[in-house]
Design a protein around this ligand. Structure first.
Ligand code: HEC
Length: 157
């Protein structure tokens, strides 16, 4: 009997210790709850976030998980893809802080022309910090698609 109890504790305690703190460690944000829901069925959560890759890479991983039998609505799939691409991006990609970045960084990081980087800085100076992608898309002279395409690399600190 004693032996059985000890056996159970040994099996259960580490699982609790290692699972709970991890949940808390995931950065907050849209898609976190859906990720926990979608990714917990077959392996531990740590494995789900064990990769660092760009959006296309995460899309591929999620497609693979779907083939294994992962269930997700289109909405949740998109939310989780956004969440993973934003929080677990390919490591070599530096983030661009659009509220502080100098022109050169805006040009190289976001693929803007010099005049477009200048337009962004003029807008920022006049209107204050950008708070969201939607704010950023209001900058005149720049196709909003440019920001959409780079949204995983943009921060608003
Ligand atoms: C239906 C079961 C299932 C669900 C749900 C699931 N996975 Fe997986 N996952 C697997 C299997 C099976 C493997 C092992 C694949 C292998 O070894 O080739 C795996 C492995 C992985 C790996 C390791 C790298 C790789 O490509 O093999 C990552 C990363 C991963 N899963 C991410 C996720 C994420 C993120 C979610 C939630 C969005 C998720 N998984 C949900 C079945 C699942």
């Amino acid at each position: 009997m004693r032996h059985t109890i000890r056996f159970h504790l040994r099996a259960v305690v580490p699982a609790v210790f290692f699972t709970l703190p991890l949940l808390a460690q995931l950065p907050e944000g849209a898609g976190r709850a859906e990720l926990e829901q979608m990714c917990k069925g077959c392996h531990e959560l740590a494995r789900s976030i064990s990769l660092r890759q760009d959006r296309a890479g995460w899309d591929k991983t999620l497609t693979k998980m779907s083939a294994f039998g992962m269930k997700a609505t289109d909405r949740d799939y998109a939310l989780v893809l956004d969440y993973l691409a934003k929080n677990y991006p390919a490591e070599e990609l530096a983030r661009i802080n659009v509220n502080k970045a100098p022109a050169i960084e805006l040009e190289s990081g976001l693929g803007l022309r010099r005049s477009q980087a200048a337009a962004l800085i003029a807008y920022r100076t006049k209107n204050g910090d950008f708070k969201s992608l939607d704010d950023l898309k209001k900058v005149p002279q720049i196709d909003p698609e440019k920001f959409e395409a780079k949204k995983d690399r943009i921060t608003f600190e």
